[in-house]
Design a protein around this ligand. Structure first.
Ligand code: AMP
Ligand code: MG
Length: 432
């Protein structure tokens, strides 16, 4: 990303760059303790150990097709007009652990995945034969070694198949299982609790009265955290009462690895209850970040050990350990909260798992319409990416959740640009 800013965090009052703020967050996050999890529970977790092959893969020579195990020399002259006719002396199916030996001039029927009989050097696919049971007519020569999967053709015994830091997706689960592992040491999915604050917030599904809105942030941010691999819950809305905010957060400390609030951190209203409640602790720093939307941000730690400051270990403790849980206080406007989550919380969720694989995919695209951006702040405009073109949406207000719902990308307008015309190439972040 082009940026003329330095990675230090600016003093409160001036603006932090996006990168400086991201670095400060990642520097403060400590990975969760590793735990041994059975493979069925390990999906989405991040390996804390290397996984090596207990045996070679495959561990025995076997057939890649249903057919006949033969000597290649015995079928070298086979043709449709003049088939090679071989006596079939047996049949070996997948899973058969018996010992078979091929006598020259004969064939053994063999199934996919079955162990290759000793002395056999080739498998002729059943499609090239008459499929005979007592004897078989083979219509084509087969090259020596064909349709055989040799020992170690995929991996050799002791080979490292997965390295620490790898996220366990379905393919990696299969690799671990194929390597003989029942359980793996992983950093688990972080447990994230989301709290919305605001006297105006009403639960969806209940009637709305003028002056109130339905809470969307807590549902959205919990869903986004789940999408990023966390186990996330929302807690019911917290009213704008400073004395209620801290207890509501403290209630979650024993069960959360990361706390997220939305709302109550604006630039100086007396209703900024989150800011008011957490500033007292001295372990959460409130900053203005040079971006739009999402300028007011807060991050730090709360809980036992929180007094050690922002650099204290976050959520790394096991049972009975002192817990200092990282907390993000996201702005209340839904689009601001969403963009802030993607830029700051998503990488932090990865860091809690000892990984750095959750940054949004960045592509270059051509603007189909002009865009504007405040000087000195990086804009993340909602857009629709279609191939190499990106169309900025007309509603760019940070309250415009309906427009956010139409977007699939964020268009980046750098700090030093105040407008870009159609036809310009821009960096675009693909929304997950
Ligand atoms: P605040 O940051 O608390 O000053 O809120 C900024 C704007 O975001 C206000 O218009 C709030 O009504 C709105 N807002 C705050 N929290 C939520 C929420 N959970 N869901 C939807 N809108 C919200
Ligand atoms: Mg509020």
């Amino acid at each position: 990303m082009r940026s003329g800013t330095t990675p230090e965090v600016a003093e409160a009052g001036s603006l932090s760059s996006v990168e400086a703020y991201q670095s400060a967050i990642l520097a403060a996050i400590r990975p969760l303790a590793a735990a041994s999890l059975e493979l069925e529970a390990a999906e989405g977790c991040v390996l804390a150990e290397d996984v090596t092959a207990a045996v070679s893969l495959p561990s025995f020579d076997n057939s890649s097709m249903d057919g006949y195990a033969v000597h290649a020399a015995d079928v070298a002259d086979a043709s449709r007009e003049s088939p090679a006719t071989l006596r079939v002396t047996g049949e070996v199916a997948a899973g058969d652990i018996g010992s078979y030996r091929l006598v020259p001039g004969t064939a053994i029927k063999i199934m996919t995945g079955a162990r290759l009989p000793a002395e056999a050097d080739t498998v002729v696919p059943v499609e090239w034969t008459d499929g005979g049971a007592a004897q078989v007519e083979i219509y084509r020569p087969a090259q020596q070694g064909s349709a055989i999967r040799y020992v170690g053709g995929d991996a050799t015994e002791g080979e490292t198949l997965l390295t620490a830091g790898t996220r366990m997706r379905p393919m990696q689960i299969a690799v671990a299982a194929s390597a003989g592992r029942k359980a793996v040491s992983v950093r688990p999915r972080p447990r994230v609790v989301v709290l919305s604050t605001g006297d105006e917030l009403t639960e969806p599904g209940t009637p709305l009265v003028p002056g109130r809105i339905w809470d969307s942030n807590s549902y959205m941010i919990a869903a986004a955290a789940r999408e990023a691999g966390a186990v996330a819950y929302r807690r019911s809305v917290v009213p704008d009462d400073p004395s209620g905010v801290l207890p509501a957060l403290e209630e979650q400390l024993s069960s959360a690895d990361l706390l997220i609030t939305t709302g109550g951190v604006s630039m100086g209203g007396e209703h900024d209850v989150v800011k008011e409640a957490l500033r007292e602790l001295g372990t959460v720093t409130f900053r203005k970040v040079a971006m739009q939307p999402g300028m007011p941000q807060g991050f730090g730690v709360i809980g036992e050990g929180g007094a050690r400051g922002v650099g204290a270990p976050g959520g790394a403790g096991g049972v009975g350990a002192k817990r200092a849980v990282p907390i993000f206080t996201l702005p209340g406007n839904p689009v601001s909260a969403y963009v802030s989550f993607q830029m700051f919380v998503r990488p932090a969720i990865a860091a809690l798992q000892g990984a750095d694989d959750l940054s949004l995919t960045s592509v270059q695209a051509t603007l189909t319409g002009q865009v504007r951006s405040p000087s000195g702040r990086r804009s993340y405009l909602r857009g629709i990416l279609d191939g190499a073109k990106v169309t900025p949406l007309s509603g760019q207000g940070s309250h415009q959740i309906a427009y956010l719902g139409r977007a699939n990308a964020l268009i980046i307008v750098p700090e030093w640009e105040t407008q870009l015309p159609a036809g310009e190439t821009v960096e675009v972040l693909v929304l997950p």
